[in-house]
Write a protein that binds this ligand. Sequence first.
Ligand SMILES: Nc1ncnc2c1ncn2[C@@H]1O[C@H](COP(=O)(O)OP(=O)(O)OP(=O)(O)O)[C@@H](O)[C@H]1O
Length: 633
Amino acid sequence: MDGQAKVYGRLNRLDVSGGADVFEPASSSNAKQREALVEWLNSLLPNLSLSINVSDEKLRTLLIDGTVLCQILNRLRPGSVTECDDSNRTSESHSESLKRFLAAMDEMGLPRFQVSDLEKGSMKIVLECLLTIRAQFMPNGGGYSVPNTSSPKTSGGDASMSWKSLVEHIGGGDGSPRGESSRSYLSALCGEERRKSLSESKFQHALRSPVKAEPSAALIHHVGHKFHEVFQLKQGCYADLPASKITEMMKSNSLDNAPTQSLLSVVNGILDESIERKNVEIPHRVACLLRKVVQEIERRISTQAEHLRTQNNLFKAREEKYQSRIRVLEALATGTSEETQNVTNQLQQMKAEKTTMEEKKKVEQDVVRLMKEKDDHYHEIAALKQELERARKTYEQQCFQMETGAKRAQQDLEERLKEVVQLLTESKSRVKELEAYSETKCQRWNKKEHISQIFTEFQLGALRELRFNSQSIRQEILETRKSYSEEFNCLGVKIEALENASENYYAILSENQKLHNELQELKGNIRVYCRVRPFLSGQKGRQTIVEYIGENGELVVVNASKQGKEGRRSFKFNKVYGPAATQAEVFLDTQPLIQSVLDGYSVCIFAYGQTGSGKTYTMVQALVFDNLFDISL
Ligand SMILES: Nc1ncnc2c1ncn2[C@@H]1O[C@H](COP(=O)(O)OP(=O)(O)OP(=O)(O)O)[C@@H](O)[C@H]1O
């Protein structure tokens, strides 16, 4: 199968060229064919969006699962292959798609590639297969258009009709008989299955090749419209054609110049007409025309076969020519090895010469280098001489300068010597003066020493006196200290007595506090005082209801509106302050409570009574008195 596929691939490469010479090798137009194929794929399946220079590997990735291949076939011929459901896609379904595609190719009798070719082999075979499909369904090589393979009549007039449709057209899609002549023609035309025979593929191509099989349009025009008139009757009735016309057509060379498809159309038309007429015999002249047409077709087929044989021989001759060239090249290659040996020897000699030349060149370079070094050294010596001359001049200048300096220094030194001698005489006279001055000074110091001795003696006398005085003062101080210590002792005794007295005071004070609080307790922890407010300035002339205020807290109140017991009521308080009681009196009874608070006891005073009865007055005034009390304390 693999070999067969390759053969198909080669044949279809010739098929798809569709140009002037279909047997021309395709290598020169490979790039263009590839670009055309990519454009075709993009027009067929726009979602692919392939770039014009798409790589083989990208194409392999795209096609390897077989889905795209199935889509291509279904687009060209709907329903030709079952596509896998997108939702259930797996690697198995992908390989299944590829298998289905290959099976469809087998079914259509088209050459195909192997699975291994698509997986890891050369993509050339796969692309050739696609080119074959394109040529099969798009013989004009243009953009995508769905071919109409359903009607033999509509496709019968197409010069580039596919092989299969042509066979169906001639043989009848429904399998009905068309007479012996058509059957023999079909058997001659079909033979075995096309996809299994190389010669049949060539035959098909020869039939479809308009350049090789058919005359030019100019020639048709030259012959006139005689045969075209017969074509016009394709839809009409061939039996009604006049015998003279048929004779004229058969006599002229119009059949020779008519296109093969036109001849086939005539055959089909006559056969269709015979089928329609059923048992009615075809007129003799029409049968003659049919035979003539069939003979013409057979002649062309034989011509094509001859042509193919010629081409085959040509190819064989070319192959032999290339083989001989290969042999010559091989011989040349063997001869070249000897030449190569000679050349190698020559090369080695040249290398040796080159080495010698290089050594010579090296020696020359060394000489040049030494010359250069010599020049450099010469320049260096000249520079050193110049430098030496400069140094000598500098040295002479320095010597001159030093001599000048020495002379100047000698003069300076002489001048200085003179100055020093002068200074020495001056200093001698100064020494003499100083000796005289020191003499006088010495005398003066002797006098001063005498005076100081007298003063020192005087001072010593004074010191003795002072020492005596200090001893007497120290004695006084000791005595005073003694008297002070005695006084301090007395004061200590007194302070001790005071401490004892203060301790007694605090004891008495605490006792006093205790007694005070006990007294307060005795007076009662809860005491109730009553204060009767006097009439205010605006209440003059009113009658009081207070009848009696006792010394021990009795209070009798009279209600004139009630009789008996109800009209006279008596109360008992700790104390009752009458209308004339002053704030100071009220405070006198609450004052001890302040002391209890200071001693740490809890005390609470609150006022109770109706509005305007004098609660605030009593409390505030009490506080005022309390402050006064504090101040007085
Ligand atoms: N003992 C008093 N002597 C003179 N005037 C008094 C006396 N007690 C109260 N007042 C006067 O009576 C008026 C009412 O007194 P206060 O405001 O103290 O009453 P209150 O009981 O506090 O009233 P409220 O319950 O409305 O506060 C005030 O003008 C006050 O000066």
